[in-house]
Each structure stands twice: as structure tokens, then as C-alpha cells.
Design a protein around this ligand. Structure first.
Ligand SMILES: [Zn+2]
Length: 282
């Protein structure tokens, strides 16, 4: 699934192609994309509006449109936005014709992607307030903030990192990479890290997200740039998807385990298992 760095990569590529242009014609081919609105309702509401700015919040692309309207677009598992694709791709869900002339195609093989219309900046604010916590690049995401949202929680720290309502934009890849770089086991109870570990983890979260953006995202399955090119951060993973390989820091074999239902990659020398989890394993 595209995470913050992948969505930010798309935003940076797409913004200069769409900002200042008008949505001349929108055709939504999949009713799942526009729910709860019918495809024609959403298409009508969007058509004729000018794209003032393309923003991002968490893993959402946010189209700021004329008339105080917003489209909150989520790519979910396999969504991609392609500009002038040649030849015509498979799995097309939405066609957008811009004026001056430019053609965008939203493809999505697994069809979980969505586009939600929000009328007015209050509606936009409410939409995200109900769904997303702090942005990792926001100055409010301090070590103290991470500590305060973790306080008293016995759920694994990885679950906290993945919880979009607490911190926006982190998914499975960047959670594994941030925890490894901080030397924190993903099963550590979220509320039981030391003050130093919260500070370190806050730093490695920002570090891996920045590294992901610099590498223009990671392509594991379907993630593609606006021009169809793949990202390269997958070549820089230290632990994610590297089970059976030696840890780059200490040489211990990286293991795969399931944490909160997600395939999770750990070096259990650099990231010591919490004592309680060690006991419950016997
Ligand atoms: Zn190691």
C-alpha cells in the first residue's frame, strides 16, 4: 500500500501537472470509487472546478478545488494516478480531462481506492479530525507527543505507529524500518519505552519517511509514479522483506513474525524482545 512517502512522491509529480488547470470532464467508471455518491453525482460536482492546489494529509491526496470544494483521494492498496499513459492501461477507474488539455487516468486493480467530496473547509477539517492524527513532519510531532499518545498503552508499539488516528501516514514498511533504526522491538508495549527511546523513535520515523521521499517511494507490488516509473526505496530497506538475510548492523539473521496481523521484520539482536513476550512464547 502506498504510505506517506509514496503519496507525497505522487503529489510532488502531479501538482505541477494539475495546479491551475480546470477539471473539464470527469468520468468515474467504478461506483466503489465515488461512494457514497453515485459516479455521475461526484463527476458533476467536480467538473468545471479549477485545481487550486494539490495537497496531502497522511496517505490522502487532497485536491483543493475552486468554490471551496475538496476531493480527498485515497489510493489504498493498488491505486495509481497516471498522466497521458500510453498505451491505455488496464483497470481504469476514473478518467480526468483537464483544460488546458491534459489527460489523467486513475487505475486500481484491487478497487479499494476512493475519492470523497468535501464541501467547505470545515467539512475538510472534520473529515480529517475524525480519521487522522498528527502529521509526522508537523512541528507538533515531538518526542513528548509520541510519549503522550503511547502513555498507558499495552498494545505493541508497532500497532501505535500504524494507527492513522494517532500518527498519520505510516504503514507497514516505514514502521518496520523506523523501529529497526531505533533498536525497538515491534512487540514492545507502546507505553513502556524509555524517554530516550521515544525521542529516538520519533527521530527515526521522520528519518525513514524522508529517506522514502528522497528515493521517490518504495515499489513492492503496484506503486507507480505519475509517469509509470517505480520507486527505489525497496533497495534501501534494512529489515523489511529481508527475512533470512543478515542484519546490516550486526549480522544476525533477520526474522519475519506477525504483529497486529502484519508481516513484520526484525533483527532480534538490535531490537531485543520484551521480557513478557519472551515468556509467553514458551
Ligand atoms: Zn542487528
Amino acid at each position: 500500500m502506498p504510505e506517506l512517502p509514496e503519496v507525497e512522491t505522487i503529489r510532488r509529480q502531479l501538482a505541477p501537472l494539475v495546479e491551475g488547470r480546470k477539471l473539464a470532464r470527469v468520468e468515474i467508471l467504478d461506483p466503489r470509487w465515488s461512494r457514497p455518491l453515485a459516479p455521475s453525482e461526484l463527476a458533476d460536482a467536480l467538473s468545471g472546478r479549477r485545481v487550486q492546489r494539490l495537497g496531502r494529509r497522511g496517505k490522502y491526496l487532497v485536491w483543493h478545488l475552486s468554490g471551496d470544494a475538496y476531493l480527498a483521494q485515497h489510493l489504498r492498496m493498488t491505486g495509481a494516478v497516471l498522466c497521458e499513459p500510453e498505451p491505455e492501461p488496464a483497470h481504469v477507474r476514473v478518467l480526468i480531462e483537464l483544460a488546458p488539455k491534459r489527460r489523467l487516468v486513475i487505475v486500481d486493480p484491487r478497487r479499494f481506492g476512493t475519492g470523497e467530496l468535501l464541501l467547505g473547509s470545515d467539512a475538510l477539517e472534520d473529515f480529517f479530525a475524525a480519521r487522522l492524527g498528527v502529521e509526522p513532519f508537523d512541528e507538533r510531532f515531538t518526542p513528548e507527543h509520541l510519549r503522550s499518545i503511547a502513555r498507558g498503552r499495552s498494545t505493541p508499539i508497532k500497532a501505535l505507529l500504524l494507527d492513522q488516528r494517532r500518527i498519520a501516514g505510516i504503514g507497514n514498511i516505514y514502521a518496520d524500518e523506523a523501529l529497526h533504526r531505533a533498536g525497538v522491538h515491534p512487540l514492545r508495549p507502546a507505553g513502556r519505552l524509555t524517554r530516550e527511546q521515544y525521542a529516538c523513535l520519533r527521530g527515526t520515523v521522520v528519518e525513514v519517511l524522508n529517506a522514502g521521499i528522497e528515493a521517490r517511494g518504495a515499489t513492492i507490488d503496484d506503486f507507480r509514479h505519475v509517469d509509470g516509473v517505480r520507486g527505489s526505496f525497496q533497495d534501501r530497506f534494512l529489515v523489511h522483506r529481508r527475512a533470512g538475510e543478515p542484519c546490516p548492523s550486526c549480522g544476525t539473521t533477520i526474522v519475519k513474525m506477525v504483529v497486529v496481523g502484519r508481516g513484520t521484520y526484525v533483527c532480534e539482536t538490535c531490537q531485543p524482545r520484551p521480557r513478557r513476550a519472551r515468556q509467553s512464547r514458551r
